[in-house]
Unconditional design. Structure first.
Length: 213
């Protein structure tokens, strides 16, 4: 399976059969090149312009929103309701975490999570192989909060997202504080992962820092 970061919280995930899932596509105001790519399904964690630009995608993908279990493009998506802030959504609204499996690898995309998880929420996510987590703070959990959430979920691989880059048009923190003291792999724009590779990972999660360029 190939995971490509397109910038911000948007990833293109392709399994061995060529099926494609895209997460949280952004609009032109965000600063990255628009994700004008084909998708079979697209997840939208919340309806803010930097996460819900489904119209940019090609192929008329099935749109997955909100909590609960949904099947799209033959993939079962599990949505867990959380919040965009620490005030139960009073400041920035709701957020949906999505978990789904492709090629036997369980993926979890946290969207714009704004708080630590409750025990119930962490349990609802189950075992996670690859976790996509915001680390830039300001509008989401910051580096310290992200490290705590990683400890709550205990994934095998962690891919940071929603952090400052030269392309981003608004201010959040860079990923440096989150990356500090951790083993980091930097495979440019795309990370290839399989169930077999995950079985070979040692103690502690592997941090994969992707580039949008």
């Amino acid at each position: 399976m190939k995971i490509r970061w397109l910038g911000h919280s948007c990833f293109r995930i392709e399994d061995g059969s060529g099926k494609v899932v895209v997460t949280d596509p952004f609009d032109e105001a965000v600063g990255y090149p628009l994700p004008r790519i084909r998708a079979d399904a697209v997840t939208v964690s919340h309806d803010h312009h930097d996460h819900n630009n489904v119209e940019a995608l090609q192929g008329q993908p099935a749109v997955v929103k909100g909590p609960g279990e949904k099947v799209a493009a033959g993939i079962r998506f599990e949505g867990v309701q959380t919040y965009h802030d620490e005030e139960k959504g009073e400041l920035r609204g709701d957020n949906t975490i999505f978990c789904f499996e492709m090629d036997g690898v369980r993926i979890c995309h946290l969207g714009d999570l704004g708080h630590l998880l409750s025990e119930e929420d962490a349990a609802a996510l189950g075992e996670v192989d690859v976790l996509m987590i915001p680390v830039g703070g300001v509008y989401t959990i910051d580096a310290g909060g992200a490290k705590e959430v990683v400890g709550q979920i205990k994934p095998k691989v962690v891919i940071p997202m929603h952090f400052m880059t030269p392309a981003l048009t608004f201010k959040v923190d860079p990923p440096d504080r989150f990356l500090s003291g951790q083993k980091v792999e930097r495979p440019a724009t795309t990370f290839e992962v399989s169930k077999e590779r995950l079985a070979g990972e040692g103690d502690g999660p592997l941090i994969v820092l992707l580039d949008y360029r």
